[in-house]
Design a protein around this ligand. Sequence first.
Ligand code: G3I
Length: 289
Amino acid sequence: MQKEFAMVVCENEMKFDALQPRQNSFDFSRGDRLLEFAQRNGMQMRGHTLIWHNQNPSWLTNGNWTRDSLLAVMKNHITTVMTHYKGKIVEWDVANECIDDSGNGLRSSIWRNVIGQDYLDYAFKFAREADPDALLFYNDYNIEDLGPKSNATFNMIKSMKERGIPIDGVGFQCHFINGMSPQYLESIDKNIKRYAEIGVIVSFTEIDIRISQSENQSTAFQVQASNYKDLMKICLANPNCNTFVMWGFTDKYTWVPGTFPGYGNPLIYDSNYNPKPAYNALKEALMGN
Ligand code: G3I
């Protein structure tokens, strides 16, 4: 695997509950293990994720906070974590999944409900102060093609840029369903281009393309290969898209069946660690074929 990938990300080990299980008591052991693996193998690392509504420790979710005391918790977490990994993580997901699924403002979370609508501004300012060299991302799902949630995200990021909030990029998670249409792919391309116009990087951060178990898998693998290839081509054709990260590599270990029963096989190696058609399709795209 070390030869095949140039970037890694922790699936769970750098989330808030993993890094700060008790207030002001940090545990970097598991995150550090993957960082050491990355460094040993000349790979870059993404950081995922500083502020989220999920996978928070109970002391945080059950705490009796005021705006000021929760802002202090946010600042302490971001500063401590980013200082620990300073210079070692190239892209940080500062905030994850903060927009409501309907695209109607910020989703309900401890951060929005206690701190208020401006909590993201603070998170990005704290992050820039902690590691000025890390690229700072807003990361979300269902924001890849054009639509209400993606428009809300674009408008939020545009407004942050205009107000001088230090944000560098948007993470398109890219949890897709197999069989993406040309129109859908074209819409993703258009979306990337509108971010280029406002000087924002787009990273593909959690790609997987899930297949229904009711389909013939070998036929579906060919469609999946073509979808992976098209995605890579879109990324390569847009100068503001440089990061193509998958949410795992083998179908043996993936979050998909647990969350979407009846779906699976979303990655580029099968459950026996053999490369799938999608692997070869990505290789072709990278070689310009
Ligand atoms: O660590 C416990 C273990 O002690 C316990 O026995 C077991 C029983 O349920 O649970 C284990 O925790 C699980 C954890 O993954 C580690 O395996 C959680 O239940 C489970 O909910 C958690 O799921 C993760 C999920 O985020 C949580 O929201 C997935 O692995 C992870 O792939 C997924 O990643 C997210 C990204 O962060 C954001 N974008 C979507 C993506 C997919 O959901």
